[in-house]
Design a binder for this molecule. Sequence first.
Ligand SMILES: Cc1cc2nc3c(=O)[nH]c(=O)nc-3n(C[C@H](O)[C@H](O)[C@H](O)COP(=O)(O)OP(=O)(O)OC[C@H]3O[C@@H](n4cnc5c(N)ncnc54)[C@H](O)[C@@H]3O)c2cc1C
Length: 425
Amino acid sequence: MQKRGSVPPDQGSNDPSRLDACYASDETYESDTSYETANIPRSTASCKLHAETIIVGGGVIGCAIAYELTRRGHEVLLIEQNEIASGSSCAAAGMLAADSEDFTHPVIAQAALESRALLHSQKDQLSALSGMELGLRQSGFITPFRSYSELSRYKENRRSSSLTEQIWWDRNTVQREAGWLNRDTYGAYYRSLESEILPVSLTRAYVRSAHRMGAAIWEGVKDIQLIGNQLGVQGIATPKGNITCKHVIIAAGLNGETLLQQARIDLPTTPVKGEIAAIQFPADQTAYKPDRTLYAEDVYIVPKANGDVWIGATSWPGKKDHSVSAYSVQRLLGAASSWVPGIKEAHFLRAWAGVRPSTPDGLPYIGECENMPGLFTAYGHYRNGILLSAVTGRWIADMLEGKRAEEIGIEALSPNRLNRKEVVR
Ligand SMILES: Cc1cc2nc3c(=O)[nH]c(=O)nc-3n(C[C@H](O)[C@H](O)[C@H](O)COP(=O)(O)OP(=O)(O)OC[C@H]3O[C@@H](n4cnc5c(N)ncnc54)[C@H](O)[C@@H]3O)c2cc1C
């Protein structure tokens, strides 16, 4: 493991103003995290720091952006206040539910399909660069129904357009293909392209790959301040000193709103707490274990590459604590075992909670803030940030390279869309 603050062999620079020039100093932060690539100078007083692009936030979105930018040859500094993947990204189920989610906005519906495909195409490079297994599997999702009337109600309520790839399984097919499902199941949709991934592994693989390609990664940097005015963003102030830059990308999830308030830009988020329970099937019960994700209306059951089965998720708008209630675990396990009776014999492993970053219109804020050129937002992905990470990285990189949101087809996601209210100090 590389010691925090040491310079990787392939990371040197002769330019003293470059961030990684400071890494050679022994004056480095020590931290108790096992994350091996962070490098932060103890003091920047003797160094004039500059980065082309600063990304604020080390969740899946910030890390995907760091990966895409460094892959294209950009100079990147990613700043995380805690540890990589310590926010919403470490709580996710990791479903890439591009067909199963009821996306009503055509931009997101299309982006979800693209992003799922992009994640599959990135997998080999990410694994090779990071040395990590992502647990990415395409085993398809099953959406089951108990009766014809339940199916009819589902069809009536579904708002999204016809992008969905799916086939209908009748009762006999369900029993043949998914013998672990309740025998009373009337039928199910099977969506064969649906996939799932280990979300923390993905996030770390993105950031490790970015670091291998030259990105600087600083963890444990709290209380940053944006520096800029109507002419543009100029950098950030950290407790260790100021860093100048050309672009700042706010990928801070739920905390993006607070950071943007520093520039008097109002892009609100609402927390939506969710809880997940993990179980494991004993060796003699594996015949009753789901081998594909069950994506029902009341619960999802996701068999993961690490052998666990994750059952989620509750949804509590307005809540942002990380406690898990007995009531929620009971509800999740009750709903799950009504679909998969074998769950009653499984071992309970653990449960956790996370907070999804939701926005008033349900769309993430992605793009450049018109009142502070060079300041970009990439947050508010609500319940699909893992799925949309790859495409978000690509969008931001395209925009930094001069493409306009209209050219990419994402003007609907613009951070300037909320009544164009922003006022810069
Ligand atoms: C229970 C649950 C289940 C989910 N299931 C799925 C799923 O199956 N599929 C899916 O696609 N999505 C799922 N999601 C949603 C997904 O987890 C989020 O959309 C995604 O993780 C958001 O990523 P992010 O990088 O924007 O935010 P985060 O992961 O929260 O990362 C933001 C980071 O920014 C850092 N930060 C904040 N402020 C600062 C600052 N001032 N300075 C420096 N750093 C800062 C934070 O510490 C944090 O690490 C789920 C979420 C939950 C809670």
